[in-house]
Design a protein around this ligand. Sequence first.
Ligand code: SIN
Length: 484
Amino acid sequence: MIFPDGLALLRTQALIAGDWCEAESGKQFPVFDPASGELIAQVADMDAADARRAIQAAAKAQVDWAQTPVKERSLLLRRWFDLVMQHQEELAQILTAEQGKPLAEARAEIAYGASYIEWFAEQAKRINGDIIPAPSRHQRISVIKQPVGVVAVITPWNFPNAMLARKLAPALAAGCTLVAKPAAETPLSALALAALAQEAGIPAGVINIVTGSDAAAIGAELTGNPLVRKISFTGSTAVGKLLIQQCAADVKRITLELGGNAPFIVFDDADLDAAVAGAIASKFRNAGQTCVCANRFYVQRDIYTAFSEKLEVAMRALRIGKGAEQGTTIGPLISPAALLKVQQLVDEAISCGAQVAYQSSVNATQGYFYPPTLLTQVPAHAALAETEIFGPVAALIAFDEEAQVIELANRSVYGLAAYVFTRDYARIQRLGEQLQTGMLAINTGLISNEMAPFGGIKQSGWGREGSIYGLDDYLNIKYINENF
Ligand code: SIN
């Protein structure tokens, strides 16, 4: 996608201590449009030494930011939220250009990301302490909450605006300063968001953005530098495990939003039209490149064919194409490697006996498009039932009994989200208690919003983002024991 003229928020330099700057080495790295494979920007390719400068800038800004009254921090966040919404269209165009998702979804992502900024602008004013009854006379126990200090945030390419906003907003509200490392595939959305934070008046050094193609080198500096007191990461479980090891040396706090493998369970008493609408919303958002998206569909045997036929009809209405083109509902995958992985998972499922019930066609000769695909008769042990597909492939597995599907759903090492469609109230209660996930959607395919705690259990991560709990990870609790 060629950028339209006049995109004032387009930045290709990193942000350190309030200055837009190139890497010390002068190096740049390319950013491509996944819908065409064309080069769209060259961005500052920073290394560990640049990251160190950014950490020092964040540490310098930390003292004053922590002492800035919460009302002032809240107003700055609110101003940033207003600016993001005023520039929603421009931010969406930048996002679609580098990430590929349809413009309508990009606009929705900007609003979704902004909702976290708005929410934490409000929550900043509610970082209350406690007075606790003391065990003896002439004693007072008080509890105050303080910012953890400099935070390093590492964000993924699938939601390059919202995942950053979801981490920056609580960090700033809590009084932390930070260094952010956006994914190399999608640095432009992060830089544009930071440009608006600057315009909102958030002081120099409070937000630093380090762009770079060598994630391992920058990550090692972020985890190894003792000035950084916390890491917040959204990405793969494999990288999350590495970060845990790297953070051990300093006992840094860490929040991890890692991989998912969400079961989407349809019982025979469900409203099938609602289940199909939920399946489309959950499975095909961002072309299936979403940690919370439905990864394995378990459909009760007596409605299996009816559900599959209805889902096929709904999938036929999906329009695959360039995100910037009017009417597109499914964009490209992020890279050739992503395309290959999805193809291999589908091939493996077919070799185990899965049937291709439907596959749309792709007209593009360029770009990384994978057609929406419906697989039926998928064996429960197929690789795509155990691996995050991260593509627009719906894999349908039949089940007979409630106990059986709970066992199948919980078999995964992941525990991020699950979806259940049923009208049986008692069953909803049972599944609410027995499914091993951090989030559960009943009779809806949409689970995320700023007021709800987003996060997983098992190998899907640690901590929660958004909601009243989302500040906890950025705060230390201090207990003060007074005798008088
Ligand atoms: C993700 O699951 O990749 C993040 C999307 C969301 O916050 O809904």
